[in-house]
Design a protein around this ligand. Structure first.
Ligand code: NAP
Length: 316
């Protein structure tokens, strides 16, 4: 039986399977364990199941001398110092694939939500302002037939592309390994949707210069990671009408404080990081994260590993 720390309760029954096999300590709070608490509860753990809100940095990894497995409850591993884990031959698990379709669905919902003014319309009705059908009331822009630029054409980006085919959209896509130039994508798209991982290269990728390249009639949608879009640049682009609007599932910082300038910007829809937030998907992610942890603790290859080179190093 290994000692395991889990940084939050998870939907479904996956944690029961974990607790049946290992000495499992689950952080009971709704908020992430504060860094000092995380350090205090983990010095002798062999397994760690973390969320994207938990910074698993080099210092923490170094302080956990028995740590042999990290399992992250997300496809992105930007909250984990993967290089530090790899240097210790610690596999880092993630949850790719199971959240692809839910996240792609949400990206479409945000595109439609911002362009068809759904949040504004709801507020309008609740405020008692709906007096009659009006020819010019709350006019928006069409998603059907639009040109959509997809930044990061991996699992989620491609799933978004498949959905947009049904809307008769022209798809432009870019990633490091192919597609059109980012500048061309920004200049030609009616919607720009972000689906690349957060890396040193993509942090701030959508800043002042990128936003200025977009059409003044175009919308920005981000369901990837907040820091890929520079918040200050976005605030000013929205305020100055350099783009038509933005819809964000992810922000920088996260959570967004109630007095953050972005919340005062016009034509912005923002939701609290809900890309994978369906019952079925969050339960599948929990199963996957626990499967990764159990495999790692048993000395087996993790089914989904963000640093598979640790296994090559072991074999060599
Ligand atoms: P994926 O299959 O690995 O796709 C990522 C794509 O981004 C790849 O096509 C990759 O291609 C491309 N890419 C990497 N660096 C790039 C760069 N500098 N510029 C442009 N493209 C780049 O990952 P996924 O499963 O689709 O997930 C994508 C991201 O979505 C995750 O990393 C995560 O942060 C985010 N996500 C968010 C939510 C949410 O709740 N909002 C849910 C799930 C995932 P190349 O390597 O060829 O560049």
């Amino acid at each position: 039986m290994a000692r395991v720390f889990v940084t939050r309760e998870l939907p479904g029954t996956a944690l029961e399977r974990l607790a049946a096999a290992h000495d499992t300590d689950v952080w009971p709070g709704r908020r992430p364990p504060p860094p000092a608490e995380l350090r205090e509860r983990t010095p002798d753990v062999e397994g760690l199941l973390s969320l994207l809100t938990d910074p698993i940095d080099a210092e923490l990894i170094a302080a956990c001398s028995n740590l042999g497995v990290i399992s992250n409850y997300a496809v992105g591993v930007d909250n984990v110092d993967v290089a530090a884990a790899t240097a210790r031959s610690i596999p880092v698990g993630n949850t790719p694939g199971v959240l692809t379709d839910s996240t792609a669905d949400l990206a479409l919902a945000l595109m439609l939500g911002i362009a068809r003014r759904i949040v504004e319309g709801d507020a309008f009705v609740r405020a008692g302002e709906w007096v009659t059908w009006e020819p010019g009331l709350l006019l928006g822009h069409d998603l059907h037939g639009a040109t959509v630029g997809i930044i990061g054409f991996g699992r989620i980006g491609q799933a978004v592309g498949r959905r947009l085919e049904g809307f008769g959209c022209e798809i432009l896509q870019t990633s490091r390994s192919g597609g059109v130039d980012l500048s061309e994508l920004l200049e030609r798209s009616d919607f720009v949707t972000v689906h690349c991982p957060l890396t040193p290269e993509t942090r701030g990728l959508i800043g002042t210069e990128a936003l200025r390249r977009m059409k003044p009639t175009a919308y920005l949608v981000n369901t990837a990671r907040g820091p890929i879009v520079d918040s200050d640049s976005l605030c000013s682009a929205l305020a100055q009408g350099e783009i038509a609007g933005a819809a964000l599932d992810v922000t920088d910082p996260e959570p967004l404080p109630a007095d953050h300038p972005l919340l005062g910007a016009p034509n912005l829809v923002v939701i609290p990081h809900l890309g994978s937030a369906t019952h079925a998907t969050r339960e599948r992610m929990a199963d996957m994260a626990v499967d990764n942890l159990l495999a790692g603790l048993a000395g087996e290859r993790m089914p989904y590993c963000a640093n598979p080179e640790v296994y090559e190093a072991t074999r060599a």
